[in-house]
Design a protein around this ligand. Structure first.
Ligand SMILES: C[S@@+](CC[C@H](N)C(=O)[O-])C[C@H]1O[C@@H](n2cnc3c(N)ncnc32)[C@H](O)[C@@H]1O
Length: 364
């Protein structure tokens, strides 16, 4: 195999800021110098993590342009004169599966127990448009409280896009008039404040981490989830999308691709399999869990209907079937929940804990 791209970190040409070599200071540096270079190092690493939003949003635009996805709002995030990048077919298919699978979990939550107001908290939301795309059409009469959390730089960029796009601003206003409320929070999830404005602790709440918690040290990722778990007194669910299986040949290449960009996904080795992801959710207090890799989701009618699979297969010729299977089996969606609202939303979803079905053992 000549090269092994991965869904979110394929070189884009535009790239992101890169680490300028290793940490300076070294032996003999004063503690003041050490502190300064430590914080420069952290800031530089944070900029790289912030720039991963471009990978996610440009992959979405590529999939959108080719007809994989529908999203009337995503193009507002293109900079003036910027061309929509074209991703490899396997990347487009991966983006399709990832987006539609998370949409499905979100939709089932919104449709469960009609008449109950609900809340969604999206961690590291970046340029995601899910609030505008699907929440607006499925909020019901009671509305939805929606929070997006990200670093200040990314939140400021999103606010600027909303301000200069009449279509986005109009949609937001209509949703507000319909009873929804939208909150954009500039926060570092590694250091959450004691309270976040607008969070309603008594609403059934869905937390989303679409490729976000994986950029944090595992302990801090756990603390961030606990932060919400401790505060929400109603049913709560969590959806995680992130890479898995770093220890096989493909996984090792994936890890080294990331490292060449200065990204060390610390949760990847800790939660390396579907089983480990389910355990993680269990330990976090979600008494029911499910996990599927992207390849399993693609192949399962309950997730992607046969008609949809045929439609998607016709969009682009994909001859790297083996590469697709490898790539797709290295990304997973894991979901965990507690409480009645989520029992009705997710109880019957294919993929809830049935370890006999896991392919982790074969794939190692
Ligand atoms: C790969 S992007 C995903 C964006 C979006 N969830 C999506 O899937 O389109 C990761 C996002 O997580 C954010 N993120 C990562 N670590 C974070 C932290 N500690 N605090 C706030 N945001 C963080 C990044 O800034 C970035 O916007």
């Amino acid at each position: 195999m000549a090269s092994i791209p991965n869904l979110n970190t394929l070189r884009t040409g535009r790239g992101g800021p890169r680490l300028r070599g290793s940490r300076r200071g070294g032996r003999g540096a004063s503690s003041l110098g050490d502190d300064a270079s430590d914080s420069a190092d952290v800031a530089s690493k944070d900029r790289i993590i912030q720039s991963t939003d471009y990978d996610a949003s440009s992959s979405r635009l590529s999939a959108l342009e080719l007809g994989y996805l529908t999203d009337p709002y995503a193009k507002a995030f293109l900079k003036p004169g910027e061309q929509i990048p074209r991703r490899y077919p396997i990347i487009n298919r991966g983006t399709y599966v990832r987006s539609t699978a998370i949409d499905k979990l979100v939709l089932r939550f919104l449709q469960a127990e009609p008449g109950i107001r609900k809340q969604i908290i999206s961690l590291g939301a970046g340029s995601d448009t899910r609030y505008l795309r699907i929440v607006g059409d499925h909020a019901g009469q009671d509305g939805v409280v929606y929070h997006e959390l990200d670093f200040e730089t990314n939140v400021a960029a999103k606010k600027a896009v909303i301000e200069r796009s009449p279509a986005l601003a109009d949609r937001l206003q209509k949703m507000k008039d319909g009873g929804c409320s939208y909150h954009l929070h500039s926060v570092d999830l590694r250091d959450l404040p004691s309270s976040l404005p607008g969070i309603e602790t008594d609403l059934p709440t869905l937390i989303l981490s679409e490729c976000c918690l994986c950029y944090m040290p595992p302990e801090q990722a756990t603390t961030a989830v606990k932060y919400f778990n401790d505060r929400i007194t109603s049913p709560i669910g969590l959806v995680i999308y992130e890479p898995v299986r770093p220890f096989d040949a493909f996984g090792r290449t994936m890890v080294s691709n990331l490292a060449s960009r200065g990204i060390h996904m610390q949760t990847l080795k800790r939660y390396s399999s579907l089983d480990a992801q389910r355990q993680r959710l269990k330990m976090a207090g979600f008494d029911k869990q499910g996990a599927r890799d992207v390849h399993q989701i693609w192949e399962t009618d309950a997730w992607v209907s046969e008609a949809e699979r045929e439609r998607v297969e016709r969009l682009e010729w994909l001859d790297e079937v083996e590469e697709w299977q490898l790539l797709a089996s290295h990304y997973c969606i894991a979901w965990g929940w507690k409480g009645q609202t989520f029992d009705s939303a997710w109880g019957g979803i294919e993929g809830a804990r049935t370890s006999a079905e896991d392919r982790d053992d074969e794939l190692g």
